[in-house]
Design a protein around this ligand. Sequence first.
Ligand code: UDX
Ligand code: ADP
Length: 460
Amino acid sequence: MKPIKKITCIGAGYVGGPTMAVIAQKNPNIQVTVVDLNRARIAAWNDHDLNNLPVYEPGLDAVVNEARGRNLFFSTEVEKAIDEADMIFISVNTPTKTYGKGKGQAADLKFIELCARQIAAVAKEDKIVVEKSTLPVRTAEALKSILDNTGNGVNFQILSNPEFLAEGTAVTDLHNPDRVLIGGEDEQAIEALVQVYEAWVPRERILTTNLWSSELSKLVANAFLAQRVSSINAISELCEVTGANVDEVARAIGQDSRIGPKFLKASVGFGGSCFQKDILNLVYIARTYNLHAVADYWEQVIIMNDHQKTRFAEKIIQTMYNTVNGKHIAFLGWAFKKDTNDTRESAAIYVADHLLDEEAHVVVYDPKVSAEQIYKDLDYLGTRSPEDNRRLIKVVDNPYEALDAAHAVAVLTEWDEFKGYDWAKIKEGMKRPSFVFDGRKLLDRKELNRLGFAYYAIGE
Ligand code: UDX
Ligand code: ADP
């Protein structure tokens, strides 16, 4: 197998962008081209001002700065990049279907299929095609079939190489992965990809499996992680009625080395592009094979998560004397977790939607999320007209403006900066009683109580 000289990645999003930037950084001899149909996105990746990169990740600007123009390129010339590459990563989005069979559950594979057809049409030489997007099990089979049946007789090897990076820590996760997983049938193709990663990942952390194990492992890893969050969130509700404290419970059980301390932070509910989508996918696959007990079991993780979001919104309403009509509620945070500008499936969207139904006036501050994105998220739900969303929700770029004259504060994202605010000054400016609803257990209860806030946190 000749070593890989040119890599193309289709899809310049949250996964494709950072992953390729690091592959290029660590393999200066490989030319890496990231292509996307979205011209604005590619322009942003090429922007001289590194603050304008389309994905915000700590440390990403430095990686892009090192490799861009050297052996890392961003382009909209999809066909040219396919033609030139020895290895093609598919990193396009696979949203949950919004129509037809599997609506609301199955992954929509239309973008993947389009990519496969395009690769098949353009390729004149043998290529290794790597699935990077999260996909339902056995997608590789469909991919292979499209490539082989519509191609020009060239040979395609399919590999599955799921991404385990978490947003906000993408660069550290990529630099120092717990493991890299490569699934495939062909030893030589697998070895070619192993070599790319071996540039910086110790060999023993590169696992190779068959295709189906690799595809399934990605879904299962996310399902297990999400399940831990739903499990601790279920316990948070129990803690609230029994007088136990969920953080203390989490610490006590997390010290058991069999359970472990991570992913036991009770919250307003998990968000992000992966957890819900991957579980729904798992549920859909299980149902397809008539494994209803398996499907029901995993579906409960989502049901619990939805319950947690609703419960938080209801808690705000009940505590504020059963009406939030016309009341000013400041939202600290909109992103689905700190250190990212990503808002996909963020709990904030659903909590806001619930409060807007009750005619609350929500004023949002998030250090990284734009007003445009926030309105887009709400409009996408279709609960009310875009005009009503803009009438009821205001987005500001100064936290103190959001908090001024507020009846209540709700913490939706655990941004570090919220802890450092001048809470004494905030208290002075707020209506009384001054409520704080901490969906992330971020703030200091003792201090806020001392300042005179009425403080409520999940699981206490
Ligand atoms: C996840 C997986 O971690 C990653 O391996 C996979 O590749 C993609 O999906 P990500 O969605 O970026 O990554 O974020 P993650 O850190 O896993 O958090 C997901 C959600 O769970 C966030 O909303 C977070 O706030 C929430 N969460 C996480 C909790 O509420 N409590 C926890 O203890 C951990
Ligand atoms: P992820 O989190 O999986 O990276 P994103 O939505 O952030 O998802 O990114 C996926 C990217 O893939 C988008 O920028 C989209 O424009 C791009 N894309 C989808 N289909 C194609 C295609 N056929 N050719 C090129 N780019 C595509």
